[in-house]
Design a binder for this molecule. Structure first.
Ligand code: GUN
Length: 284
């Protein structure tokens, strides 16, 4: 039987509906969650992502604060903007779209965001909290990956999970989140030996390498859950994931499509983190 498609679009829509209801409740208590999305420069992909993030906020009732700086912006300019946003009580979440132009030190920028407003979950305080299994703002794509896995009904505890890719944005946080859920986690990367065997014994495969067809369909264990984080633009302009979708579908129990799998979930989780950051502000 071919794999079930994991419908990220519909799962994300459900989460957005729940969040819109929460936003209304918060409004009744006089709080409107607000997200500042900062874009520096003209990176084409970043422009699309940022536009989608801003529009998703508006649809959910979250206030969206747009800050666009020129490609030539200095690190000091960006740091002063972040300082203002840190101090602004209407801003509950701050997202600086990556990558940044080369004159700006990404690490310094991430560290300058207040951890309680770091809705990307990239600040070392949040990374640390995630790795000790404490509550925190967790990276959105990784959180989306776990929600997609949960939607299949597979038991994460005790499952073998292979994460392919060790980025700070996806691979490492996804590994930490699955470990916190008691999966047996292996992180694979470009130097991993016998990757086919690693994948072949995994009940859950998370592909986040950024190379089309890197994961061969024949590697997939029968009945596995496959989450494809890759978004690769092919010469024919179509999008493709990191997994050989057609072949993998013949073996997996469930698999995410690209597009329509992980992508919509990243934004849903960003909105969720923003609402959470606003809520924590009230509780404190
Ligand atoms: N660039 C690619 N993915 C992301 C993300 O999740 N957050 C930010 N801020 N930039 C990105």
């Amino acid at each position: 039987m071919p794999a079930a498609l994991i419908d990220g679009k519909s799962l994300a829509a459900g989460i957005r509906d729940e969040l819109a209801a929460e936003v209304s409740e918060l409004a009744a208590r006089g709080v409107r969650p607000g997200l500042a999305v900062v874009l520096v420069g003209q990176n084409a992909a970043s422009q699309v992502y940022v536009r989608n993030k801003r529009s998703a906020c508006e649809k959910t009732g979250i206030a969206s604060f747009a800050h666009d700086l020129p490609e030539s912006a200095s690190e000091e300019e960006l740091l002063s903007l972040i300082k203002l946003l840190n101090e602004d009580p209407a801003v509950h979440g701050i997202l600086v779209q990556l990558p940044l132009p080369r004159q700006i030190d990404e690490k310094r920028v991430i560290r300058s965001i207040l951890p309680e407003k770091d809705v990307d979950g990239f600040h070392p305080v949040n990374v640390g909290l995630l790795s000790i299994g404490d509550s925190c703002l967790a990276p959105c794509t990784a959180a989306g990956v776990v929600a997609l896995i949960d939607s299949t009904g597979i038991e994460i505890a005790g499952a073998r999970a292979a994460i392919v890719g060790r980025s700070n944005i996806v691979g490492k946080p996804a590994a930490m989140m699955l470990l916190a859920r008691n999966a047996t986690v292996t992180i694979c990367h470009s130097k991993t030996r016998e990757i086919a065997e690693e994948i072949g014994r995994s009940d859950i495969v998370v592909a986040a390498v950024g190379k089309p067809s890197f994961i061969k369909g024949e590697w997939i264990k029968r009945g596995a859950v496959v989450i494809d984080v890759g978004i690769n633009r092919m010469p024919d302009r179509k999008l493709a994931g990191d997994v050989e979708f057609h072949e993998a579908s013949k073996r997996a129990a469930a698999i995410t499509p690209v597009p329509g799998g992980v992508g919509p979930m990243t934004i849903a989780m960003l909105l969720k983190n923003t609402v959470e950051a606003a809520r924590l502000k009230i509780v404190r």
